[in-house]
Each structure stands twice: as C-alpha cells, then as structure tokens.
Design a protein around this ligand. Structure first.
Ligand SMILES: [Zn+2]
Length: 345
C-alpha cells in the first residue's frame, strides 16, 4: 500500500490490464480527491473535461470516508488525481479495492516535502527503486520554473502509512499552502493530461501557462505585499492542526504549536498537549489562533478562551460556492488577509 505514495511514473495503473482508452469525441472524466485539487485541475483541463471533486468542499479531507456511489464515480473516471503524502487517508483503500482499472496520478510527486510534526524517520529516501522516468520529469519541471531541485521530493520518499505509526505518516501533506507547489502540481497535471489525451495537448499547455501566470501574480502582487504589513516579531502561527508548514516556510513564519499536534486532524491531543500549547501562547504573548472551518471548533474555542488568543478561521479546503474560498486563488487571498488582519495589530 505504501508504494502508492512512493516511486512511480506519471500514472499508477491499478489492477491488471491496460488503462481505458479515452474516446476522442467525449470529454475526459476526471476525479480529483479534494476540492482544491479539483479547482486546479479544472484550470488546466478547461472545457475539454468533466472534473469532479470526490471529497466535497467544506469537508475535512483527512476524515473523509467514501460512500458506495463514490466508488462508482472512481470506477468511471478516465483518471484520478490525488495529492499524496498521506492526505487521502480514508480514500486509498477504496481506490485500491475498487477492482477496476484506474489511472491514478499523484500530483505532488515533484514537490519538496516537509516532514510531518511527529516525524519518526525524516522521510528516508528509497533509492533502490528505479525512479528514472519520474526523476527526469521532476528535473524538467523544476528547470521550467527556474527552481533548484531538492533531494526530498515526494517521489523519493516513503511517507509511511497509518497502520505503521500512530500519527498517520511522516510527511506533511499540506503542500498547497505554498503556491509555488501548486505551480509544480500544474506542470504535473498538464503532462498527465497530455499523456492521456494527446489530441488536446496545445489546450492543456496553454491553460497551464495562463494558470501559472495567475499563481505567480498572486504571490508577487498580492501575498508578498500583504504580508509585508506584519511586523517581524508577530510572524508566529498557532493553528488547529499542523496545516500551515509550507506557508510558514515560504513566507518566513514560525509555527509555535497546534491544538492537534499532528499533520492529520485524525490524531487527538491529550490534556497535557493542550496545557502545553496554552503555556506556549501565554509565554510568547501570541494574540491569534487559526483554525480550519468546521474542524475541531470546540477544542480551539477552549484554547482561545483559556489563553486569550483570538480565534480566526482559515480555509483548508474550498468553501461552497457562496463562501469566501470557492477557488484556490480566492482561498489563498482570504487566508492571507485573515492572517494579516490578525497579526498586524
Ligand atoms: Zn489538514
């Protein structure tokens, strides 16, 4: 099972046989595991595809358990995109047991992975596996965006699996909190779509270029100028679970602690964990605590009440269309604005 997250080519073909041949005159049927990824895929696939998010907006991806109709949806898909790095904890067994031929693409394979908070092994590299195809692709992608390659890309790591440890793995799956990683997703999704549907290669290439421009502009014209308003000494985040590690690393923030001391929401904090976190908040005079909408609100409220740090909501998946985070770009704007409001006081 853990090999699913390890070293693979662009597609992992599940079960025996060949990938279904896509009929040229019909739109591609694409399933993405969660709402943020579905939005990114839509930007690249454009009108040539039907894109569905398996885990609905506003649902916690860590806790999702698929229903029988979800399995049917997976079986009908031409391709399934997932984040990997143990985000889709409740989904993988179902995908593996569906007994159908499925094209599974792990979009974070070329993303440099941060260790999860309760790291045991520091993401050991598994060099004995032949990763030449994916290694070459990742090298190309990093070159394309003018970024140096790092040794800790997902394809070269073993993130473990929940059965092997009580903390649901050693990799932090929240790569999308740094838009640079979403640019790497975009290149990976583009190349997977081209491989699956070469007739529309020009469309996928053009769409990816436009979206990458938007992501670049989001960082340079919006995120960086907005965050500049936060004084250096206030650049400290306390979150509900360890969901902002990539954001913190990208923009020079420190993570002081989290209510659930894990990169999954499925772990449970002890009374000691909560008491220690309150001590950290008080000792460092931390004014804000950030929690994902719909997750663990009672406990976060308790920490907020006892420590005096104000409770702010961040989005960790997309909202429904009438919410403030109906696309990835909107979600990042909302989260950054919330952080700026909370920490520039
Ligand atoms: Zn999370």
């Amino acid at each position: 099972m853990k090999r699913l997250f390890g070293a693979f080519g662009l597609f992992v073909l599940l079960a025996a046989g060949f990938a279904p041949t896509h009929a040229q005159d019909e739109p591609l049927k694409i399933v993405a595991s969660f709402s943020i990824l579905a939005d990114v895929v839509k930007n690249i696939a454009g009108d040539s595809a039907e894109v569905v998010s398996l885990i609905p907006p506003d649902a916690d991806p860590h806790a999702f358990q698929p229903a029988p109709q979800d399995v049917a949806l997976l079986a009908e898909a031409d391709v399934i995109f997932i984040n990997g790095a143990n985000l889709e904890e409740g989904l993988l067994e179902v995908i593996e047991n569906a007994g159908e031929k499925m094209n599974l693409v792990v979009v974070s394979q070329c993303v440099p992975i941060l260790p999860g908070v309760q790291d045991h092994t520091d993401g050991e590299a598994h060099n004995e596996v032949d990763m030449s195809e994916i290694a070459v692709l990742c090298e190309k992608h990093h070159e394309e965006i003018g970024e140096a390659e790092t040794p800790n890309m997902l394809y070269a790591l073993d993130c473990g699996h929940e059965e092997e440890s009580d903390d649901h793995g050693v990799c932090d799956p929240h790569v999308w909190t740094d838009p640079q990683n979403v640019i790497l997703w975009t290149l990976f999704i583009r190349d997977a779509l081209i491989q699956l549907d070469p007739g529309n290669a020009d469309t996928y290439t053009a769409n990816a270029a436009v979206y990458i421009q938007q992501l670049d502009a989001l960082v340079k014209d919006e995120i960086l100028p907005a965050l500049a308003a936060i004084p250096e000494e206030n650049r400290v985040l306390v979150t509900n679970h360890e969901s902002m590690g990539y954001f913190a690393a990208a923009y020079g923030f420190e993570i002081a602690g989290s209510v659930i001391p894990s990169s999954s929401t499925l772990a449970e904090p002890s009374a000691g964990d909560i008491a220690r976190l309150i001590d950290v908040i008080e000792a460092n005079d931390i004014k804000a605590i950030f929690a994902e909408v719909n997750v663990n609100a009672d406990l976060v409220q308790q920490v907020s009440d006892e420590s005096g740090a104000e409770f702010y909501v961040l989005y960790h998946t997309l909202s429904n269309t009438d919410g403030p985070a109906s696309t990835y770009l909107e979600m990042m704007r909302y989260n950054v604005q919330t952080i700026v409001t909370a920490l520039s006081k």
